[in-house]
Write a protein that binds this ligand. Sequence first.
Ligand SMILES: [Zn+2]
Length: 155
Amino acid sequence: MPSGKINWNKLSHHDKVCYQHNVRDQVLRQRWTICDKSGCSNPDHKLDIDIVTEKIITILIESAAKVKRSKVMKAVDKSRIVNGWNDLVKDSYSDYRESFINWVKSGRKDHVLFSKMNETRVKFKKALKACRKSQSVRLRDNLATSYDGKCFQTF
Ligand SMILES: [Zn+2]
């Protein structure tokens, strides 16, 4: 079933405006913490780039899905849309962040906290990878084939 595709040419102006507003609202709602130091090699800051990328992709996909739902173009397989950043990654990310902070607070010397931090980092990266995999499939299905490149310039 060729689900997920949106024919942007057939959407009304109203639908496109809805999409833009949706993207903008969600972008503004996020906290975009990212290092701006040129040449920074902090692995956590590199990880932040992955995280921000995932968030942006999720926002684009979910906003497109909303427009699509409102158009009732096709019954949407909900499970494919919902398991984005929030479900797969959020929990393991906060676990990792928490254990990371605890380890830093301990003066980076506590071995138990260190292995706990590493453990949660592995889990988080796994979740992130799974998320990216499913999202790149969805991105391809939902967006990449649909965009003609013009839409990106409007927001
Ligand atoms: Zn940095």
